[in-house]
Ligand binder design. Structure first.
Ligand code: ADP
Length: 623
């Protein structure tokens, strides 16, 4: 679908699109966009000063009384220690500001080399359906990339094996080379398959490209092929590649149901052939998706499906006695892996107490560990982020104010409030309009009714709210589209039903608060990324949110206090947290400023947690 450009249409009707810059991931349908190269000049001064450029408006044009939104392409440079001349965006720009061309050379995505090395080096191969930024749909992609980079920097050898989705932009891969052509089994045939090697974000990646229709389409998921069969094929193709090339890592790290069939294939097939050394680690990122599988689908990848149809192996316990019974690839993966991880200690406890897989996990409790995810602090760094119009850090937040102003201006939000740069070049702090962002997949897990309620409540409280989300379900999409049509021409709410990595960076930077009202949340990255960018989190107390956000009003834990936490799933509970956040923001500016600095300094990096993964790898490896 073609994006409507050159008008407000992108605000009102929202093309469902992926972003198209060089580093953009390819979720959703492609949407054409023309690039608009910019010249960026470094500004020498460090004050928040507004100066007119060429024939463009004077500083007075940016006063609250003026209407800068009505001036498409107005060029105003704002001096900032690290910002460039900013070309202020407008909602009527032909190219939305998040689709401009971004400099790629500003950020060094090489793996950091100054990290202390672990004494005993491992070879780890991740086998995964997602990898950020080239094939990212949600947190899984971020986690695989972040963990791989952290382990590389600690001196380990790490590879990622990924399906060569048709939608991956090849320009995002360095040194892409065909390394192996071989056959991999599917449904009685050996399918000619290519393996390519390339580098993404400093990580060696092996791309598996079958010659059949698997992994073709415009997005990572949802192509017109049977996903269960495709990922079973991929799992076997990865093991086959290791066998053909004689590569035997210490650890094969599989993720989610998509690669849950690999441990079965390994122990019941490839370990009896040539692969002896590897041990298998499975990370469960979200128990909701358990990989429903029929016996015939397992047969097609060369296993005997009937062998796994037992409660001890892979049968979905809820279907016992039904005709036919179903299997679960995730359950098979749990049973057959040497170690199982999930992404936060609280989610580990929750999964042991509820859900049909709890009994299987309890049976395998001794190999089940909860390790909090980290975030990649090079990729998510407001001091160097190439997508931000102005950079900032915990000690100098001027750039954050500019980012807020930039986003408000670009989306046509009302410019009254504390981010406004007045004619005398100062920020007008008299009207306090906090900006709340919510960046999420729009699925039931994420608390859809609370997100829609928050839109209403934030408006009532005189704040502003931006939702950036994509809904895989058409009904949810049309509900949010209705809300978008209702609000997007107004002064205080924007709902953008798109996937855009670039815009997400800008929104985290612009936000005063980041909202994560999930019904359940295995770990959650949005609250951690938000904090890194100085957005104070408002979260529901569940899973990893409970492990990372601690309430400001909990007197017994003042040291950890870093946000606003509510427990109920009702609107009143959310109101309670939102209202408190707004009143801190408005009535307690010094505490608020201290909290912004504090959340930015919290170390949620992989450096903190990768060591725990290494311990798990070491506990199962063969020496
Ligand atoms: P989940 O894995 O359940 O989707 P997480 O919080 O673990 O949730 O990770 C979500 C990741 O996806 C974050 O990096 C978030 O910024 C990103 N994300 C979610 N929706 C969008 C979107 N519409 N556009 C850009 N990034 C998004």
């Amino acid at each position: 679908m073609e994006c409507a450009t050159g008008s407000n249409l992108w605000l009102s009707s929202f093309c469902i699109s992926s972003s198209s810059s060089r580093r953009a991931p390819l979720n959703g349908n492609a949407c054409s966009a023309s690039f608009c190269p910019k010249t960026h000049k470094l500004s020498p001064s460090s004050s928040l000063r507004v100066e007119a450029v060429g024939s463009t408006p004077t500083a007075a044009n940016l006063s609250p009384d003026s209407n800068p939104v009505a001036r498409p392409g107005s060029k105003v440079s704002v001096a900032n220690p690290v910002s460039k001349s900013i070309e202020w965006p407008s909602p009527v720009d032909a190219t939305p500001f998040w689709k401009r061309e971004f400099p790629s050379s500003d950020v060094n995505f090489e793996v950091p080399s100054n990290t202390e090395k672990d004494p005993d080096s491992l070879h780890i191969i991740h086998v995964t359906a997602e990898m950020a930024p080239i094939a990212k749909v949600g947190g899984l992609g971020d986690v695989v990339t972040g963990l791989a980079r952290a382990c590389l920097s600690r001196g380990h050898t790490v590879d990622i094996m990924l399906p060569f989705y048709e939608c991956i932009q090849k320009e995002q891969i360095s040194e892409l080379t065909l390394i192996t052509s071989y056959g991999s089994f599917h449904d009685g045939n050996w399918v000619p398959t290519n393996a390519y090697r390339g580098t993404v974000s400093g990580i060696p990646v092996i791309f598996i490209e079958p010659s059949n229709h698997f992994f073709k389409g415009q997005s990572v998921y949802g192509g017109s092929y049977d996903e269960t069969e495709a990922y079973l094929f991929f799992s076997r193709a990865c093991l086959e590649w290791m066998q053909v090339t004689l590569v035997q890592p210490d650890i094969i790290h599989v993720h989610e149901w998509q690669t849950g069939g690999l441990p079965l294939l390994y122990w019941d097939m490839y370990h009896n052939l040539s692969l002896k050394k590897p041990r298998i680690t499975l990370t469960i990122h979200n128990m909701e998706h358990y990989g429903e599988c029929r016996q015939e689908q397992l047969d097609k990848c060369g296993l005997d499906g009937s062998i796994y149809a037992t409660e001890e192996k892979a049968v979905d316990d809820r279907t016992v006695g039904h005709n036919p019974e179903r299997l679960s690839l995730l359950k098979g993966g749990i049973v057959y892996s040497n170690s199982i991880l999930t992404v936060s200690p609280t989610y580990l406890k929750e999964t042991l107490c509820s859900g049909w897989l709890a009994s299987t996990l309890l049976r395998h409790r001794d190999k089940y560990v909860g390790i909090l995810n980290g975030i990649d602090t090079d990729m998510w760094n407001p001091a160097t982020d190439i997508f931000l119009p102005a950079k900032f850090n915990a000690k100098d937040l001027e750039g954050k104010k500019l980012c807020k102003y930039y986003v408000q201006k670009g989306l046509g939000l009302d410019l009254k409030g504390d981010s406004i740069i007045k004619g005398d070049n100062t920020i007008d702090a008299s009207v306090k309009v906090p900006l709340v962002v919510c960046i999420t997949r729009l699925v039931a897990q994420k608390g859809l009714h609370l997100i829609t309620h928050a839109i209403k409540r934030v408006e009532e409280l005189g704040g502003q709210m931006i939702v950036l989300g994509k809904a895989p379900d058409r009904r949810v999409e049309s509900e949010f589209k209705y809300l978008a049509d209702l609000h997007n021409q107004g002064p205080s709410v924007r709902i953008l039903l798109i996937y855009s990595e670039e815009l997400s960076h800008m929104l985290y930077a612009a936000a005063d608060m980041v909202l994560v009202p999930s019904m359940y949340e295995p770990c959650g990255l949005a609250q951690m990324i938000g904090m890194r960018y100085g957005a104070v989190p408002i979260v529901r107390k569940t899973g990893g949110l409970a492990d990372t956000v601690f309430d400001m009003d909990n007197q017994s834990n003042r040291e950890m206090a870093n946000g606003f936490v509510f427990e109920g799933i009702d609107e009143g509970s959310l109101n309670w947290a939102l209202d408190r956040a707004f009143s801190y923001y408005r009535e307690n500016p010094s505490v608020w400023a201290g909290t912004v600095r504090k959340v930015m300094e919290i170390d949620n990096s992989w450096n903190n947690t990768a060591g725990k993964y290494i311990d798990v790898y070491n506990s199962v490896r063969v020496r």
